[in-house]
Ligand binder design. Structure first.
Ligand SMILES: Cc1cc2nc3c(=O)[nH]c(=O)nc-3n(C[C@H](O)[C@H](O)[C@H](O)COP(=O)(O)OP(=O)(O)OC[C@H]3O[C@@H](n4cnc5c(N)ncnc54)[C@H](O)[C@@H]3O)c2cc1C
Length: 577
């Protein structure tokens, strides 16, 4: 039926963040079994996907499977933890916000700290899964003295530092500390209470009077003044003689109040004045240097090639890191996974042992009505044999970025899906019953259910709403995906996530494919006038089975041999177009 809108099961839900705590209840045998599975899933020498988005110089604690429990649980402070994946563009952009937030809450650290976990590291997969991370970035609060079995809440608001800071304050107010070592964040009844109340000392006593209980300025000032032991600040709501809000008063020993400041809405003014009044010369604030973008490395353009190792690494990452973020696979997510594995089993142009592996995985999966994460990982491991195997490594060749957090997994996913659209059309060349949107529908199902870059899934979903089934043109899937990818390239050109060594262009460039262009564009960013038949021929050749570079994949995955990598430039002269 021509022109029908494609339908797929949309199972993704941003509220799906339940922590079951089930992993804590495993017995010793179960734990040992899991360790063995994880060892396989991680690959015995698999390198980390990247260095992570944060360093020790950033105002965020670097957390991982080894230090998470001892740092976050039973901690005297509360925590807000960001779970991210270093390859995710959305997370890369958010890193600046997270660091900006970190700098403004550094002085709050005795009460609430921030930390970050890179879920793209194989070692952290189970940690992220235990914490219900399905999308990244995910922000999760842990109260003071939290334990693993607590039902810790997620931050579900906008990604703005000021809003996250407000949410931190609301979290603190709604989770008061048990051991009374935090300052008093609740409003006092009267200004003079600041003289008698006081878990901390300080010879300058002040109150900030606000109009509403939900106002947060005073709380921010209280927390920011914590390291300055000379000052005690408290908050009040409303006041008979107060005409302007917020207003800050010094409370003298005789109970009288002296107005210090009123009507200003930035916390900085209150903090500097308190320091000044407390006798401190206002320190000249030296802003930390922000991370500059590296200058563009001019790279000689090579003809684009597809490397089997990128495709297999992408599968390895998807199967062992991304899918297992779901503690159980059921309903729409399971249907989407079945459709994805089904197109892989049919159209992945891999080596015979990988092909057999995917077919066996597909045969098993299609019969399941619900799959737990342990069953999934167990099955992945069980299916590995001499004749059927999937490499247990993640190593990028054509998708290798100029730095660790560029390219990698998302590049391999695009490459995989282009390869599948081309190979599916080739396999079904003479099949008049074949649905040309089959791969696109399966791809979107995977993206919506499993791709952990939430923003990417949303953006792709908007484009995918225009996918139609029932097209008679067998090249429909190939051309639709090429156009969709170019729309993403256009949006992301000069974005901070763009690898300067691999600028996003309207693909393919004139130099890579003159016959794809009707005119010679002055730059790679000019809107090309496409010769669509030329583009189709180019894509069929580039992503065609016979042109995929095979010799960088491990010789025998079961032997755990060290992977040999190949310089993409080596191939620029042998590509025949
Ligand atoms: C489905 C999906 C949606 C995404 N959405 C977002 C998003 O919304 N925001 C975000 O920040 N990041 C998004 N990403 C990531 C982003 O698109 C890139 O994958 C990432 O920045 C890495 O870029 P790259 O330079 O490796 O090239 P990629 O864009 O990943 O491309 C990989 C390779 O594909 C080839 N190629 C490029 N364009 C085309 C084309 N039009 N047709 C055929 N082949 C082509 C090139 O050889 C290129 O090297 C998404 C990724 C995927 C898989």
């Amino acid at each position: 039926m021509r022109g029908t809108k494609a339908v797929w099961v949309k199972a993704r839900s941003s509220t799906n963040h339940l922590v079951t705590g089930a992993s804590q209840q495993k017995d010793a045998m179960g734990a040992l079994f899991k360790v063995l599975l994880l060892t396989w899933a991680a690959g015995i020498w698999t390198p980390a996907t990247g260095r992570g988005l944060y360093t020790e110089n950033d105002p965020t604690a670097l957390l991982d499977e080894n230090n998470f429990n001892t740092t976050v649980f039973r901690s005297p402070s509360a925590w807000l933890v960001e779970f991210y994946m270093d390859w995710c563009g959305h997370c890369q952009r958010f890193a600046a916000t997270w660091n900006a937030l970190g700098r403004t809450v550094q002085d709050w650290s005795s009460v609430i700290k921030i930390g970050a976990v890179n879920c793209a590291e194989a070692i952290n997969r189970a940690l992220c899964q235990r914490n219900g991370v399905i999308f990244v970035p995910t922000l999760k609060f842990f109260q003071q003295d939290a334990s693993a079995s607590d039902n810790s809440p997620y931050y579900d608001g906008k990604e703005e530092a000021s809003l996250i800071r407000s949410a931190m304050l609301k979290f603190l107010i709604s989770h008061p500390n048990a051991s009374n070592i935090w300052p008093f964040l609740f409003p006092l009844q009267s200004p003079v209470d600041v003289l008698t109340e006081g878990s901390t000392g300080g010879y300058l006593k002040a109150v900030i009077v606000e109009a509403n209980e939900n106002d947060t300025l005073a709380m921010e000032v209280i927390l920011s003044m914590l390291p300055d032991r000379r000052v005690t600040v408290r908050r009040l709501v409303g006041g008979r003689d107060v005409t302007e809000f917020p207003s800050m008063y010094q409370v003298l020993q005789n109970g009288r109040q002296r107005l210090l400041l009123s009507g200003k809405n930035d916390t900085g003014s209150y903090i500097s004045l308190l320091k000044q009044v407390a006798g401190e010369t206002i320190a000249s604030t030296t802003p930390r240097p922000t991370t500059e973008r590296v200058t563009t490395i001019s790279s000689k353009e090579t003809r684009p090639r597809v490397y089997m190792q990128d495709l297999e690494s992408g599968l390895h990452f998807a199967f062992t890191q991304e899918v297992p973020l779901h503690s159980s696979l059921k309903d729409g997510d399971l249907e989407n996974l079945k459709a994805f594995i089904d197109v892989l089993a049919k159209y992945f142009p891999g080596r015979p042992q990988v092909h057999l592996y995917l077919q066996r995985l597909n045969n098993w999966l299609q019969g399941q009505s619900m799959v737990s994460v342990d069953q999934w990982l167990n099955q992945l491991s069980k299916l590995q044999s001499r004749e059927a195997s999937l490499p247990d490594t993640t190593k990028w060749v054509g998708c290798k970025g100029s730095a660790d957090n560029y390219r990698g997994y998302p590049c391999s996913l695009w490459t995989l899906f282009h390869t599948l659209t081309v190979n599916a059309a080739a396999v079904n060349k003479y099949n008049s019953n074949w649905e040309p949107a089959e791969v696109l529908v399966a791809m979107n199902g995977y993206i919506q259910s499993f791709f952990s870059c939430h923003e990417c899934a949303e953006n792709f979903g908007l484009m995918a709403a225009g996918i139609t089934t029932g097209e008679t043109n067998k090249a429909y899937g190939i051309m639709w995906l090429w156009e969709a990818h170019n729309k993403a390239n256009k949006r992301l050109h000069e974005d901070i996530t763009e690898d300067p060594a691999f600028p996003k262009i309207q693909f393919p460039s004139y130099s890579a494919c003159p016959s794809c262009h009707m005119t010679i564009p002055a730059t790679n960013q000019d809107k090309p006038v496409w010769n669509r038949p030329g583009v189709l021929r180019f894509l069929q050749k580039m992503y065609g089975k016979e042109n995929i570079v095979q010799d960088t994949v491990p010789v025998a995955s079961t032997s755990r041999a060290q992977t040999k990598t190949t310089n993409p430039l080596m191939y620029m002269f042998i590509f025949v177009h």
